[in-house]
Design a protein around this ligand. Sequence first.
Ligand code: PMP
Length: 286
Amino acid sequence: MSRIAYVNGRYLPRNEARVAVEDRGYQFADGVYEVCEVRGGRVVDERRHMARLDRSLGELRIARPMSPAALAIVLRETIRRNRVRDGIVYVQVTRGVARRDFAFPADHTRPSLVVTARSNDLEHLEQTAVEGIAVVTVPDIRWKRVDIKSVALLPNVLAKQTAREQGAREAWLVDGEGRITEGASSNAWIVSRDGKLITHPLGHDILAGITRSVVIDVIKAQGLAFEERCFTVEEAYAAREAFVTSASQIVLPVVSIDGRPVGNGGPGLIATALRRDYHRHAEISE
Ligand code: PMP
């Protein structure tokens, strides 16, 4: 089936969809994005994702490309035209097209908006969750505002490639003090020996994951022990369980870190339960 992309007001076959050479997203990575899960043709956690998009745009002083209501329609139409039942919808907004100059272009420059959607193989994802994933640690060499979901992802690209070359699915990024900030495209979690769920606190040094926030709601609703604090690589090696969260993969158990088995080397009970319960707590749009 031919795939359709929304680009600045038009729905185009993907291989005809283009952005301008002088789009600031292309020239400077001057743009932001969101990835939302689609389940049963509906957008998961849309309100939180759209609030984060607004925040990212605000932090970079990029104008909203259209009203939230209009954007909601474009998301649905892109999902519909691509016949996505289970998958993701991707939204990217850049500062627009202007003569190449580092400083912001003239105020009338219109931001560019691209929306795409694609299906995921749910069975394959489920199998991955049943097996659990391997992660490797790499230095976190990103800039100091990774709370902004910018399209400037080169350090994440390099980290993910290192992981892949070492047979791992995700890279865990380590700051100068030996603490794990987050994954290259996910938030990082451990369950300590005494059963506490631990994840890095919010701030400028991690992305405020939407899946992370919903998982925290689940943890609180279930009265599980939870600490939002930094944890070191050594703590992660010694953890009973580990897992990652992201919109496209929900909760994925981590079964090895740098080649060392986590816990008994299989997916943890808590991670597996959080994955199972996730969509009962998530908000599914109309
Ligand atoms: N951290 C990073 C660096 C990411 O790229 C992602 C995925 N977009 C996440 C965390 C997880 O965020 P979310 O749960 O909103 O997908």
